[in-house]
Design a binder for this molecule. Structure first.
Ligand code: 0A1
Ligand code: ZN
Length: 852
């Protein structure tokens, strides 16, 4: 059993807190193991709250003293907090506590990273800093005084008085405790400024450790683009005099939107051409935007309770996706997002961890920062926008910001805004928030007398706790092409609301070829029998870029499934279709690169499982290798020309166009390497002046089991760069040949630079292995065992990262009895670990389910 008693929290149990807070004053006297935190909180009774004892959260705190209205009190202390007798009217609560940031390896609350103090309070970390009603619906203004000899002392809001040894900050915007932040360290600022639409000057800083200052310029540009975009597209201005970003090396997640003081995992903000890939640049821009956009969607309007997490996360992901589309390419961004959605969210939705976008219960809220809440949450907003139209979406958002500014709101509030704007009843639509599982949408068609009919059926498989599902509202974007490739019906949205429903198109002269679920208009699995010819036709002619790509993806999957289940040879129509894509000079190279990429091993495993076939990870690996080899041979005459034509000259730019060319060049290099034994890749490795090309070349070599010399020289070159060395670790465990993957990873964990307490490094090495599907699932069970050993070790230090990484085992039901047995054995071993954290215990218990 876990150390803390497990208690399940239910949405239906929500009740308001007993008091409002009229202001909070905090003083921090920083010291590595004896930080003193003094708090002064102005409470006032909440007349609407139900009867309850006065309770403040608090964990791992040493209470030095507590006072109410200046009178010393002796509150009752438990493992989770404090209760006290309080006056009937308003009162001032004061406490002094002692905490130890240096020994806080969980990276939650106030902790230290490389001599710097920093905080992470979402979701429930503030209670590890002081006694407080640590819940998002209790909002207050904060005044913070930080005392320390360190040169940079930061907190939320605008800066107040400061001098040697202290700094004061005042945040005028009421906020929940999870948005509190404090940073203290020997940091260097990369400084800039931004003038808002209404003419207000905002000071901008990115704070980094000395040595990283040359990696801030891109992030700063991204921040300014985000600020301008939110003004232009959503009419949202920034609301403080200063916006600070701080980079820290030890961080459990990507970044955190603390009011006016965003804290970033250094991997999500530091960038330079020599050390960051094109993918890194795009991700950094997206995350900076995401955290900045939270200022309105999350901070000004926050969540009433953690069941409403998708209110801020779904919307903010949706906004960052729109932003990246605007900055780069909407088509490419949509394809990338769907690849991620399928890999992470569909996997979650089809396994033991499936839960609704708005869950109804949890044991540990940190376990619900999931692909479902974030990415499906964003998809649900995309569907809503499609259903009401762009104009109504804009009006609804204006109403949302106007009506709920300063509120801790709910999903019901969010939907009501759309109902009030459009007069629509969203009762059925709201099932997207309450029902888990990915709907299967099957479709058949018929044509006669100029009328074309599409018949749809929807069904959602059972998920844990939800055996039966109601039909959902599904916006299905459809366009029709005629056999010569012309579009005869432009995209329209079919609004499916029934379990079975048909839609007709009249006045057609020939039977059209349908393009269904354009732009991936709903997060469903589309099931449609179709011919290779028709798929190849759509890959060549569809005007919708997503479905054009999707046609190629379907071809690839069909080929692989036939190879795996019927011993079929590689489908030559697929190879010809790929050649046509590569030859088409009108296509965006980034799109061509995506078309060349094959589905992942995990995707094929899930696909086989869905059609009732037990996946064999090694056979999937081999089929993908065979297919890649066939593609390389089939395209061999084209490859050198495409490689050369996409060479980017001149100084490095991270913009979409050159990045797209490099992506295509890299995809082509992967194929060339299968033909020339790695010569071209070695040449690219030597000539590369940027990380994208250097890493591409190294990856190509590792994939063909070469590249040992380059691995060694890479290590020598980059030994001093933490983020680049994470790539070095991840590449080796991630791309190792299946039989060797566990052993190679184990060797990596013995490397002097394997700092297992650093989440980035741990994720690079062990996460690389879990992402290496055939390696992780090697039949001897060595991958399972190694990962479980390390999860058990990490859990004692960092429950959050352990719990997240335990999801590697969530696919156990897909596999054969032997693998199932081995995975269950490891899960049970983790579960039985003495003092296992509540986080990890909840995860492995859910993964095992009731029948394991
Ligand atoms: N709100 C942040 C993500 C985040 C969540 C939890 C964390 O610690 C448990 C840290 C960051 C975001 O959406 O970016
Ligand atoms: Zn977020």
């Amino acid at each position: 059993m876990p150390s803390t008693t497990e208690q399940t929290i239910y949405l239906s149990d929500y009740k308001e807190f007993s008091h409002f807070i009229d202001g909070v004053e905090l003083t921090f006297q920083l010291s590595p193991t004896k930080t003193r935190v003094k708090s002064k909180i102005h409470f006032r009774p909440n007349p609407k709250a139900p009867e309850q004892a006065f309770f403040l959260h608090g964990e791992h705190l040493k209470l030095i003293s507590a006072h109410i209205d200046g009178v010393k009190i002796s509150p009752t202390l438990t493992e989770t907090g404090l209760t006290a007798e309080v006056p009937n009217g308003p009162f001032i609560f004061e406490a002094e506590v002692e905490i130890s940031p240096e020994t806080n390896t969980a990276l939650e609350g106030l902790y230290m990273s490389n001599g710097m103090y920093c905080t992470q309070c979402e979701a429930e970390g503030f209670r590890k800093i002081t006694y407080y009603p640590d819940r998002p619906d209790v909002m207050a203004t904060f005044k913070v005084r930080v005392e320390s000899a360190l040169p940079v002392l930061l907190s939320n809001g605008n800066s107040g008085t400061s001098d040697e040894g202290f700094a004061e900050w005042h945040d005028p915007w009421p906020k929940p405790a999870y948005l509190f932040a404090l940073v203290a360290g020997d940091l260097i600022a990369h400084t800039d400024s931004f003038t808002t639409k209404s003419g207000k000057d905002v000071a901008l800083n990115i704070y980094v450790r000395p040595g990283d200052e040359d990696k801030c310029a891109f992030g700063m540009g991204a921040l300014k683009r985000s600020m301008r975009w939110d003004e232009d597209v959503y009419g949202r201005e920034y609301d403080l005099d200063i916006f600070n970003i701080v980079a820290v090396d030890d961080f459990n997640m990507g970044a955190m939107e603390n009011k006016g003081l965003n804290i970033f995992n250094s991997s999500c903000v530091l960038a330079s051409p020599e050390t960051s890939t094109d993918a890194n640049f795009e991700r950094i821009e997206g995350i900076i935007a995401h955290e900045y956009f939270h200022n309105w969607t999350g901070n000004r309007i926050t969540c009433r309770d953690w069941f409403q997490l998708c209110l801020k996360e779904g919307l903010t992901v949706f906004r960052d996706q729109q932003f990246t589309g605007d900055m780069r390419s909407h088509a490419v961004k949509r394809i990338d997002d769907v690849i991620t959605l399928r890999a992470r969210q569909f996997r979650e939705d089809n396994g033991p961890l499936a839960h609704p976008v708005r869950p109804e219960s949890f044991v540990e809220i940190n376990n619900f920062y999931t692909a479902t809440v974030y990415d499906k949450g964003a998809e649900v907003i995309g569907m809503l926008k499609r259903l009401v139209g762009d104009e109504n979406y804009k009006r609804a958002l204006d109403l949302y910001f106007g009506r709920h500014d300063g509120d801790a709101a709910t999903i019901d509030d969010w939907l009501k805004v759309f109902e009030d704007t459009t007069g629509r009843d969203l009762t059925q639509f709201s099932k997207w928030y309450s029902q888990a599982g990915t709907p299967r949408l099957s479709v058949t068609d018929e044509f006669s007398d100029g009328t074309y009919i599409l018949h749809f059926k929807q069904a959602t498989p059972p998920t844990p706790g939800q055996p039966v599902k109601d039909p959902r509202v599904i916006p299905i974007a459809v366009g029709l092409l005629n056999p010569n490739g012309d579009e005869v019906r432009e995209t329209c949205i079919l609004e499916m609301t029934e379990a079975e429903q048909s839609f007709r198109f009249t006045g057609l002269s020939t039977k059209p070829i349908p393009s269904i679920l354009r732009a991936f208009s709903a997060p469903v699995i589309l099931e449609r029998q179709s011919s290779t010819k028709e798929r190849a036709f759509l890959l060549a002619h569809d005007t919708d870029p997503f479905n054009k790509w999707e046609a190629g993806r379907a071809l690839a999957k069909e080929t692989l499934v036939a190879m795996l289940t019927a011993d079929a040879p590689v489908n030559s129509d697929f190879l010809d279709a790929l050649a046509a894509v590569l030859r088409d000079e009108n296509l965006d190279p980034a799109f061509q690169a995506l078309a060349l990429a094959l589905p992942s091993q995990d995707d094929i495993a899930q696909t086989l499982f869905d059609v009732g076939v037990t996946p064999d990870p090694m056979a999937i690996y081999t089929a993908l290798e065979t297919l890649s080899q066939s593609i390389a041979q089939h395209l061999q005459d084209l490859l050198p020309r495409i490689y050369a034509a996409n060479h980017v000259e001149g100084p490095f730019s991270s913009e979409a166009a050159p990045a797209g060319k490099r992506a295509l060049q890299g995809a082509v290099l992967g194929l060339i390497s299968r033909l020339d034994g790695g010569d071209q890749a070695r040449a690219q490795y030597t000539a590369a002046d940027n990380m994208t090309q250097q890493l591409q070349a190294l990856a190509c070599l590792l994939r063909i089991d070469r590249g040992q010399t380059e691995l060694a020289s890479f290590e020598t070159q980059w030994a001093q760069d933490r983020l680049v060395m994470d790539k070095w670790f991840g590449l080796q465990s991630g791309l190792a040949a299946p039989q060797k993957a566990a052993a190679i990873t184990e060797t990596l964990t013995k490397h002097a630079a394997f700092d297992w307490k650093n989440p980035n490094r741990f994720r690079a090495a062990l996460g690389g292995l879990t992402a290496n599907t055939a390696g992780f699932h090697a039949a001897d069970g060595a991958g399972y065992k190694l990962v479980a050993d390390w999860l058990i070790k990490l859990d004692a230090a960092n429950p959050q990262t352990t719990a997240r990484m335990s999801t590697a085992f969530d696919s156990w039901r897909r596999y054969d009895a032997g693998r199932q047995g081995q995975m269950i054995e490891q899960l049970k071993r983790i579960q039985a670990t003495p003092n296992l954290s509540r986080d990890t215990h909840e995860m492995v218990t859910r993964i095992l389910g009731s029948d394991a």
